[in-house]
Design a protein around this ligand. Sequence first.
Ligand SMILES: [Fe+2]
Length: 188
Amino acid sequence: MIKERQTFVTNELVDLVRQLDHETFLHGMRVGEMSYKFSRYLDLSLHQSNQLHFIGYVHDIGKLKIPISIVTKRGPLTDFEWNLMKNHTIYGYELLKDFSYHRDILKTVRYHHENIDGTGYEGLRSNEIDFNSKVIRIIDSFDALTHDRCYRKKCSIELSLKKIQKQSGTVYDQDLVKEFTKFICKLY
Ligand SMILES: [Fe+2]
């Protein structure tokens, strides 16, 4: 049996993450940081909080396997490009598996685009989605909404939160959205 890696960040991994485009790199840093803070707010164990911090940092690492011209494209993606882009969850899972990361980390990198109602990338439903993936699903969206993207301008914190609340129970986990709302109100 392969021994699972205990240390989260290694030099090899840092080298890889640095190869991501600047926007994806910064997004990962922010998602990691906010996931850690939210985990502490939820009173999760320090181990799980550190794990979520790490997952946030690397959740989009699979984008390394997608042509940079598609990842950084300014403007809408074609159907072909969009389908390719969606593979980043599986690519990320495979990449980190080669590094022998813990199965909990692999699972979240793979399932961070699953929706509660089963309409996500792989069609998993609420009880089939791991807790960490549900957390990253919210924070990933919140960060994307509150920052400029090449194809749209950022939304205010208030509007971003409203957009997430509107999809509570369909895209996002209801209980976590309630907690996230309290967390954001406390933070800002
Ligand atoms: Fe992603």
